[in-house]
Design a binder for this molecule. Structure first.
Ligand code: NAP
Length: 301
């Protein structure tokens, strides 16, 4: 039995772990994949207060080591469901391996990459389709690639790829970017980057085994063109994955857990980070939610 089980070892979950163990609670963090969450894919983070520059990987490692050294335990198991024992008030956290028990649970499940939803997209992952430029960019050295999206991830991915690849197209469905203006300006200075704006990817082309091109449709004129390339990096945002917990929390129409700034959804369940309804999803707000949820869970216990 733990005082608190945290589901998800991203920035929110690991920040919650740090606050909870420092408040004297026993903590188990359960993570389905690797610790770190989305930030692990960021080549350079320069908007976390107090840190001028840090790679996402180093940031995540720092959080993990800090939480472990303070006494948080980590288990790499996918959580498949949570039940509330009405008699004891304990939370039963079910994984493929076992059932863990805790007095309170913090859900910090984050969000995962949103797919374009095109035919054969899934089959081509690792064969020309990628959702992580820093992980896979080197496989496309001196090749032609495209990045789809208009947020910070897409723009930073395009910057990173422009240093590795022969040519980079950035394809965005509008002519204004959601990404920071400064980063878009940096990208515009790159000679090997071509902007395809007001445009969407409508078709994936493959040769025998791999992606070899895409069809891009201009939304204004309606014309379509084929772009021959070796890689397409999809960076069109994230979507949550909270269906397994819908018996203990309420979800909005996009699947985010409905929760306010107090991160408390009642019955000893707390929610932190990108998995909950909120207006700003940033590293700082994930860390902030972690602290809020952990202290609220400690008070509940
Ligand atoms: P995002 O900000 O949600 O941007 C997603 C982009 O994809 C938007 O430009 C959106 O277009 C486009 N899009 C969404 N659905 C689409 C579809 N079906 N087809 C085509 N385009 C689609 O996602 P993100 O860039 O991954 O960033 C997520 C959060 O992390 C943001 O808050 C971001 O600021 C933050 N982040 C920060 C850093 C950093 O500070 N270093 C780095 C990366 C990410 P519209 O603009 O038209 O909606």
């Amino acid at each position: 039995m733990k005082d608190i089980i945290i589901v998800g070892a991203g920035t929110a979950g690991m920040s919650a772990a740090i606050y909870a163990v420092r408040a004297g609670k026993t903590v188990l963090v359960l993570e389905a994949a690797a610790y770190g969450g989305q930030i692990i894919n960021a080549a350079d983070v320069e908007n976390y207060p107090g840190i001028k520059h840090i790679s996402g990987f180093d940031f995540a490692n720092g959080l993990y080591e800090q939480a472990r050294e303070l006494g948080a335990e980590f288990g790499f198991e996918k959580v498949e469901g949570i039940e509330n024992d009405p008699e004891t008030g304990r939370k039963l956290v079910r994984t493929a391996k076992t059932v863990h028990e805790a007095r309170a649970v913090i859900l910090a499940t984050g969000a995962r990459n949103r797919p374009l939803g095109l035919p054969e997209e899934k089959e081509l992952v690792g064969k020309g389709i990628s959702y992580c430029a820093t992980c896979d960019g080197m496989f496309y050295r001196n090749k032609v690639v495209a990045v789809n999206g208009g947020g910070n991830t897409a723009v930073e991915d395009a910057q990173f790829l422009s240093n590795v690849c022969k040519k980079v197209y950035i394809i965005h469905r509008r002519d204004e970017f959601r990404a920071d203006v400064k980063e878009v300006e940096k990208l515009r200075q790159k000679e090997n980057v071509e902007f395809l704006l007001n445009s969407t990817v409508t078709k994936l082309h493959k040769d025998e085994k791999r992606l070899c091109g895409i069809t891009v449709r201009n939304k204004l004129g309606g014309e379509e063109k084929t772009v021959e390339l070796s890689g397409l990096f999809i960076a069109i945002g994230q979507q949550p994955d909270n269906a397994a917990f819908s018996n203990v929390v309420s979800l909005d129409d996009k699947g985010y857990i409905i929760a306010g700034e107090d991160c408390d959804v009642g019955n000893g369940i707390f929610v932190a980070g990108d998995c909950r309804t909120k207006t700003v999803r940033q590293l700082t707000t994930a860390a902030s939610d972690g602290a809020t949820a952990a202290l609220a869970a400690c008070a509940y216990i």
